[in-house]
Design a binder for this molecule. Sequence first.
Ligand code: SAT
Ligand code: MN
Length: 592
Amino acid sequence: MQLNAARPLPTSNTASATSLAELQAWVDDVARLTQPDRIHWCDGSDAENKALLASMESDGTLIALNPETHPNCWLHRSDPDDVARVEHLTFVCTRERDDAGPNNHWMDPAEAHSRMDGLFEGCMRGRTMYVIPYCMGPIESPLARCGVEITDSPYVVANMRIMTRMGAAALRRIEREGSERTGTFVRGLHSLGELDPNRRFIMHFPEELTIKSYGSGYGGNALLGKKCHALRLASWQARQEGWLAEHMLIVGIENPQGETHYVAAAFPSACGKTNLAMLIPPARYREAGWKVWTVGDDICWMRPGADGRLWAINPEAGFFGVAPGTSAKSNPNALATIQHDTIFTNVGLTDDGQPWWEGLDDRVPAFDWKGRPYDPANGPAAHPNARFTVSAAQCPSYSERAEDPQGVPISAIVFGGRRASLVPLVFEARDWTHGVQVGAAMASETTAAATGQVGVVRRDPMAMKPFCGYNFGDYFAHWLSFDTADAKLPKVFHVNWFRKGDDGKFVWPGFGENMRVLEWIIGRVDGKADAVETPIGLLPDASMLDLDGLDLSADALRTLLAVDEAGWAAEHADVQAQYAAYGDRLPEPLRG
Ligand code: SAT
Ligand code: MN
């Protein structure tokens, strides 16, 4: 970092900001580099949040929504060129290129630092620099990890307050851990810069637990606790410390006897992760006493407990969910969650100031996400990647155990993808090693949610392609290493809700009816459900699933549950061809 020690530091909102010299020195260095007018240490209080929201309302960063229908809700319209993650500008900067692996863009750390510091120099002139201490996971959890994000975006502060445990309590933990040894917290430096797509980079330095992000205010690029820390850096930390940082939802399935099994599930984007995390069982299941509890919808940190099981926390405190498509039909829990105290980004607006997006209902909005009077000729009212940011505690199905410092024990891991053909509704891996093979071979068809061709099958191992902070070969080996003598590992499954028939229509009804598949999965865990052995793993036949009341023809059932051996041989060859990129780092059980 280029320092100008002669320059006086700007005033800060608190006289002595932290007792941790290591943190204070870093903040001072950043202030000398970025030259803000003011420094604000965030305490996470209501008063601080209120003042921030009010100032963003007065400068137009936020628009207050209808207080009758959506109390304390806000609309933020981003720069139209800053609406999504930018994978081509996202780098993992390790000393050895191979440590980042062919699955990441790489830059030499010294070059990356000098480039970034060049961008950061003086970039906060005229702005306030916010210092956000945060904790990923319950503050008292041994599985939780902390970070500090420095940003010049008050929108980022308001979002981080919802998405993480942010403020005074996190700072106390950082100071406690930092007094025992150095380098315990992640350092994230973020600036909106000029919001110029040509001056935009998201850089990760896993060896230094450091993130530098410049030129974007969008969630995954700017809320550094989320993908940058909780996945890219945490996956690196997890490998060193013997745990797993995964792109998985966590859901509790309570049976009529009152026993709850926790399931962690990884899906690529646009496969209904948030919907599955908040699933409402069909009426007959509810009447029988089944319940579904939401622990997390995006990220799962898990590690072996003393009992040999994997124990998991959701490191996040909120949901940063896709708004379009969310409705009373697709996800009533999500809709109930976002009725108050929610920040909406890039949604449309009705004439009475309510947020609106495609798929919500049949009203016609007054304004689109750019603030123009709505005209269908201009495209959708809400940007396809429009988001809501909301506290998880507002979700009607939020699990009490989500705040448990010890986490929840995981009974089953589920991998899934969007596959119109070949892949059956559900199958179980024969053992952990086979489960890792299944997860590593995961793939999904591209959807309209991302740019590029639609319907192409893309490999996305464990749904971590954009998020694994190190070489996938090493990552697969790390997964395999959990299979120790005293481990009591979860069973591993693969699901596909998106199988299509010859008529091009979805065969499986999906949504709440996925409960039937979850019931079989839980039944397998409990040793109560039967399965048939096939070359790809263990499958239910139609008699082993509860299909009561579903209108599925014999043909449809065959489509959902058949194993096409020739098709799987071609799939296997495709997977092996893609593995070639990992060379020597590909572990033996994934070869051949
Ligand atoms: O795009 S984000 O990373 O902010 C959200 C997501 O993809 O889950
Ligand atoms: Mn995600």
